[in-house]
Structures are given as structure tokens and as C-alpha cells.
Design a protein around this ligand. Sequence first.
Ligand SMILES: [Zn+2]
Length: 161
Amino acid sequence: MNKRGHVLNAALLAVGIGYVLEPAGDVPTFVRIAEISVPIVLGALFPDVDTAFGKHRKTLHNLAVLGLFLAYPLVFDNLRYVWVGILTHYVLDLLGSRRGIALFYPFEREYSLPFGVPVRSKWADAVTLAVTVVEVVAFAVVHYYVVPLDTTQRILAVLGL
Ligand SMILES: [Zn+2]
């Protein structure tokens, strides 16, 4: 997937997750969207830094990098929601091309899905939108039935941090 697709996906995902976290559709919803949109968009742009540093689709396209960004809010109390952008970047790369990503880098094997829509396809934007809708639903299910997405704030509060 190209930068345009990643930014479109991340921006729309931020709006969707904003409504998941603050469903009323009033000022707190828009404040939440403002809070999470920049971190999610920046997270969605980050993995492709490995086009300049390291090996593309390997060095910054793996589960260790995702884990790092999941840990940052817990350890340093910053970079919240950047992991959402990292994760959605991986999903879009898996669906937006035939080439895979090296999820277990430094093991170089690239994992891919048996289906995908090339970036240049006329269906690329439609697939990006469809993926975004599915992701918002998935985040809502996780938020309401598994673990709240704003858990780090609760953990830090319990720890008195
Ligand atoms: Zn990528």
C-alpha cells in the first residue's frame, strides 16, 4: 500500500475509533478524535521508514516493532494509540499487495495473505474503505467485549502513575 492509502485508512480509522470510545457524537467525541488521529496517522506512516533505514517490509514491519509501540504507553506514558497505526499499516500491506511482510524479523520469511488488491487497482480505495470499516468493528468488539482500548490509562491510574 502507498502513503495515500495508509493516511486515508488511518484518518478514517481514527474517526471510527473516536466514536467507539465516545459514542455520543458530541464535543467529547470530537476531542477524542483530535487526540487519537495524529498518533494513529503517524503510526501508520512509521513502518515505511524502513524504505530508507533497514530492509523494506522487514525491519519495521514486524511483531517486535508492534510490541514496542504497545509497551511505550505502559513504560513511558506516551505514544498512546500509535500502535493502532502500526497495526493497521501491517493489515493494509497484507491486503494491499501480493508481497508479504516479515512478521518475525530478523527471520526474513515474509508472510502474506492468499488474496490482496494491488495498489494500482481501481478497487484499491474501495478495499481500503472496506478494510477500515472491518477494523472499526473489530476494535469495537475488542473494546466492549475483551479489553477497553483505553486500558493503559486505567493501569497507570491503578499503579498511581
Ligand atoms: Zn509498509
